[in-house]
Design a binder for this molecule. Structure first.
Ligand code: SF4
Ligand code: SF4
Length: 650
């Protein structure tokens, strides 16, 4: 019991980890115990970029010692910077490729080549058309959409110049990017360039490699990811606050349970439609089920929760645990963050694991490829597979009771509207409340779970510390789900957990102190929100002037490194937990933690203790308040676990 409790802060997960142990099913938590990380790789000191390696090049810790190099002469700094840059490129590529799929579907929808999708948010389409310089006039909506789609597609491969969304950033930031040579071109070009630069014998100056990695990450945040968010909103609707339920307790014993896992909202959107079809429901009843229960996992979950209120079964480390309930008839997976072990776990139960994307096959899984021209039919086929599987349940079904209410769907447009009201939608009230000190600052807490640390715990401790000190939190990805499972995504959480100032604002407006802004690609919404705050005035003229900070306390994905790097290159102080991938080189770490502050007025930091990390974020926020002349002497409230338990008992 003690051992399982030490693996997750979430009781539903603990219950399923125990069930897995009792049933002899291996999970990610077991494998993390068995497989120790390679210490040389963990600190970024291993290069395997050519056939003369791999070379283990650990910088000596003693002054004056001979500095080792790789066979080609590469120094520890070069190797560390190369590895870091390749992580950025990997993350940016994942976001960019996701976005390209969305853009292709958008264009096909605009051209009328697919019938199951439509343009739902015309206002956002017009806004995007203006940003892209597309003529609106009296033109047909369809023609405008085609132009927008074609420009979006061309943006990925933009060879020269500046990506169009860079113009959305504060002017001062744009100038900084131009001056430092980090204004991004298209994401495809930037990713390819990083892979070239980090090839043997190309760029061998760590500062130059790290700067190129910044440019690459910006092509993700202000390019790939932003394109994806915008086009998804236009096709599926701009998220507005919607109530939902979260955690494994959303599964229903007497229903056909289908989990959509992954990152792309295209198939999940169709499954939502198909699951409502009376014929499908009847078919489920014919197999003895009371209905069809669709639930999400990881960022696919965030997408459909935000737009339809479809319940969320859990975040990254809960994907195996959902199957272990014995109640999941089918799990569909598209791309990103799907563990290969799912196929083995599914084999222990009756669950059908269905891969749906041509880029992501898993040996042993069923493959039903999503094809946009046949979207609804394919969704129905998947549902039928799940329904047919309902009578095959064989293990003991045990669904944890935990599920909790959330309010999600805070696009930056929604924040604008909620704070300002219908006739004066604006960030003014937020800015005013930051200036008068009711809100101390803004924090973006985002990112993954990591099996090397207690599941969800760092997210919760960090967020509680921040809101307890009047810092409003914007959250996405698995962090958002961790917050949701603890009840932090409800307006009531303000009264319960937030400091007096933040609570008074949240209560006046009726918002939670932690705002769920979406999936991993939706971190671009945080960039837009930060820019909107700058543009509203009174808090400086660049993102780096804001009393704001970012964090990913349980990161694990290369995407998180790309996100962190574009936060930093956009002027945000950003702190990561768990592990830091350049610890093998003091110079590289110093450049990211200090040198970048001089270049980008934003910098990286690393702190494993989430409460200490939150303290560093608050310190940074206070420093920025002082620079803006809006500081008032105030104490930091230590919002530790003991206080949290006290509150729970109250
Ligand atoms: S590129 Fe250089 S350091 Fe890297 S593996 Fe090849 S020889 Fe070793
Ligand atoms: S936050 Fe991280 S773990 Fe979660 S879905 Fe996104 S990339 Fe995957």
């Amino acid at each position: 019991m003690a051992e399982t409790e030490a693996k997750s802060a979430d009781q539903a997960s603990v219950e399923m980890i125990e069930k897995a142990a009792a049933e002899g099913v291996e999970t990610v938590f077991d494998r993390a115990l068995k497989m120790k990380p390679c210490p040389i790789g963990a600190e970024g000191s291993c290069c395997k970029n050519c056939g003369m390696g791999p070379c283990r090049v650990q910088a000596p810790r003693k002054e004056g010692a001979v500095r080792p190099t790789g066979v080609c002469g590469a120094t520890a700094e070069t190797i560390s910077a190369r590895n870091f840059a390749r992580m950025v490129a990997g993350g940016a590529a994942a976001h960019g490729d996701h976005a390209r799929g969305v853009a292709e579907l958008f264009l096909a929808t605009a051209k009328g080549e697919v019938s199951d999708f439509e343009i739902k948010d015309e206002q956002k389409l017009y806004q995007l058309a203006m940003d892209f310089g597309v003529e609106i006039g009296n033109r047909d909506l369809k023609d405008i959409a085609i132009d927008v789609g074609e420009i979006a597609m061309a943006e990925f491969g933009r060879q020269e110049g500046e990506i169009l969304f860079a113009k959305r950033a504060p002017l001062k930031r744009q100038e900084l990017w131009r001056e430092t040579g980090t204004m991004p071109r298209g994401i495809d070009r930037e990713v390819v360039e990083i892979m070239h630069r980090t090839h043997i014998g190309v760029d061998q100056d760590y500062k130059s490699i790290l700067k190129a990695a910044a440019r690459c990450s910006l092509s993700d945040g202000w390019g790939g990811s932003m394109i994806s968010t915008e086009l998804q909103d236009i096709m599926f609707g701009d998220p507005v606050p919607v109530a939902g339920q979260i955690n494994l307790g959303v599964l229903k014993e007497d229903h056909v349970n289908i989990i959509v896992h992954g990152h792309e909202p295209l198939l999940p959107e169709m499954l939502v439609v198909a699951a409502q079809d009376p014929e499908m429901r009847k078919y489920a009843e014919s197999k003895g089920a009371k209905g069809i229960n669709l639930a999400g996992m990881c960022c696919s979950a965030n997408e459909i929760l935000m737009r339809h209120g479809i319940p969320v079964a859990g975040n990254f480390l809960q994907q195996e645990l959902a199957i272990i309930t014995g109640a999941v008839e089918a799990m569909t997976v598209d791309v990103q963050c799907e563990m290969q072990s799912l196929v083995n776990v599914a084999r222990c139960y009756h669950t059908k694991l269905i891969t749906t994307d041509p880029r992501a096959h898993i040996e042993g899984a069923m493959h039903i490829e999503f094809e946009e021209h046949e979207a609804l039919n394919i969704a129905k086929r998947i549902l039928r597979e799940a329904i047919d599987n309902f009578p095959n349940r064989r293990a003991q079904v045990q669904i944890p009771s935990q599920s909790i209410d959330t309010v999600v769907g805070f696009s930056h447009e929604t924040i604008n509207y909620l704070l300002g009201g219908l006739y004066r939608a604006s960030y003014r009230p937020l800015n005013d409340n930051i200036i008068n000190g009711r809100i101390r600052g803004i924090a973006g807490v985002v990112g993954c779970n990591n099996a090397r640390t207690l599941h969800d715990d760092a997210h919760l401790k960090m967020i509680l510390e921040l809101i307890g000190n009047d810092v409003i939190v914007l959250t996405t990805g698995c962090s958002a789900m961790a917050a949701g499972k603890y009840g932090l995504l409800t307006p009531e959480a303000a009264h319960k957990y937030a400091g007096e100032g933040l609570a008074s604002v949240c209560e006046a407006v009726g918002i939670p102190p932690v705002l769920h802004m979406g999936s991993c690609v939706d971190n671009s919404r945080i960039l837009m929100a930060a820019t909107a705050v700058v543009k509203d005035g009174g808090l400086g003229d660049d993102i780096s002037d804001l009393p704001a900070a970012g964090a990913a306390p349980e990161w694990m994905s290369e995407k998180a490194i790309s996100i962190g790097q574009y936060f930093v290159a956009s002027g945000v102080y950003t702190v990561f937990g768990v592990t830091w991938p350049t610890l093998g080189s003091d110079e590289v770490t110093r450049e990211l933690f200090e040198g970048f502050d001089e270049i980008f007025k934003g910098r990286w930091d690393f702190e494993q203790d989430p409460v200490k990390a939150a303290g560093k974020m608050i310190e940074h926020i206070d420093k920025k308040r002082k620079a803006l002349g809006i500081d008032k002497k105030r104490e930091r409230v230590l919002y530790d676990m003991a206080k949290r338990r006290e509150l729970e008992a109250a």
